[in-house]
Design a protein around this ligand. Structure first.
Ligand code: ATP
Length: 283
């Protein structure tokens, strides 16, 4: 049997870091939404009890280090599955970009294997399993628009975000989330106003959403990579209604309601940055 799953990228509309935990991780509060830029995952059932991965990417390993492999191994182990699977990943989401590509692949593997092996697990059960793989995986299991708290394992879905346009601009650097989190000084953090953003989402008020985008990691990544600030300023000047760095960066996105405006921003950013995308918000 062969199945497919889409693994959409996410952007952070908000990201706050609240405290450091005893286990070394941070308590976070993140509002995320999915966008129409997806990896495509294909599942081929194997008779032999093994997991194989194929993908064409210079940046992502195709062995047990791949998050998709880890997700499949966890699923098989937890549910005592003796069959095997070949997972073919078509990678479209830029890597180490703050767009949750690896997490979304892992989440898609959990959803796909649940179907392939007819386990009938709920999204909540899959998200719970996903929490063992990474902070963004539980949200990615659901997709849509949601708020994730704790280490990311508590996900509450929110009203769909307005169907606007998203311009993504990624400078030619990869940012390690771990390195950014290590630089956090809790007393220096500028906390985004998540309550106001939640209200704006609830009212479906696009300008208010744009006014309350916020990311506590932005200034840290910008200090490490000044080009991120440059991209954000250029995106604002190009006419984006709201802009923010996603995740730990370095991708910066700009939001616009009208397609013509989004297209102008996209054209402006293409002369400025190597990897630029124009996509719809799916949230
Ligand atoms: P986040 O926003 O969740 O912090 P990211 O978008 O910044 O994630 P990813 O693209 O998920 O980062 O990649 C981070 C690291 O994970 C890279 O070093 C990459 O090699 C590794 N990785 C493992 N599996 C995958 C995968 N399936 N897709 C992308 N990266 C993967």
């Amino acid at each position: 049997m062969v199945l497919f799953e889409k693994a959409p990228a996410k952007i952070n509309l908000s990201l706050d870091v609240l405290s450091k935990r005893d286990d070394g991780y941070h308590n976070v509060e993140m509002i995320m939404t999915t966008i129409d830029l997806s990896d495509r995952i294909e599942f081929h059932e194997l008779k032999k009890d093994r997991i194989t991965i194929s993908l064409e990417s210079r940046f992502v390993p195709s062995d047990e280090r791949n998050l998709a492999y880890k997700a499949a191994a966890l699923f098989k182990e937890r549910y005592g599955i003796k069959a095997g699977v070949h997972i073919k990943i078509e990678k479209n989401i830029p890597v180490s970009a703050g767009l949750g590509g690896g997490s979304s692949d892992a989440a898609a593997v959990l959803r796909g294997l649940n179907r392939l092996w007819s386990k009938n697990l709920s999204l909540k059960e899959l998200a719970c399993l996903g929490a063992e793989l990474g902070t963004d995986v539980p949200f990615c299991v659901y997709g849509g628009t949601g708020i994730a708290t704790g280490r990311g394992e508590n996900v509450e879905l929110l009203k769909t975000a307005p169907a606007c346009w998203v311009v993504l601009a990624k400078p030619n650097i990869g940012v390690s989330s771990g390195a950014v989190f290590q630089q956090i000084k809790l007393h220096e953090i500028e906390h985004p106003n998540i309550e106001k953003l939640m209200k704006a989402l609830d009212k479906n008020d696009f300008s208010m959403i744009c006014a309350h985008l916020g990311n506590a990691l932005e200034s840290i990544t910008m200090a490490l990579h000044p080009e991120v600030r440059h991209i954000k300023e250029t995106m604002m000047q190009a006419g984006a209604t709201g802009t923010l760095m996603s995740g730990s960066g370095p991708t910066v996105y700009g939001l616009a309601m009208q397609e013509s405006k989004a297209q102008r921003i996209y054209n402006g950013m293409r002369g400025f940055c190597e990897e630029v995308f124009l996509v719809r918000l799916l949230g």
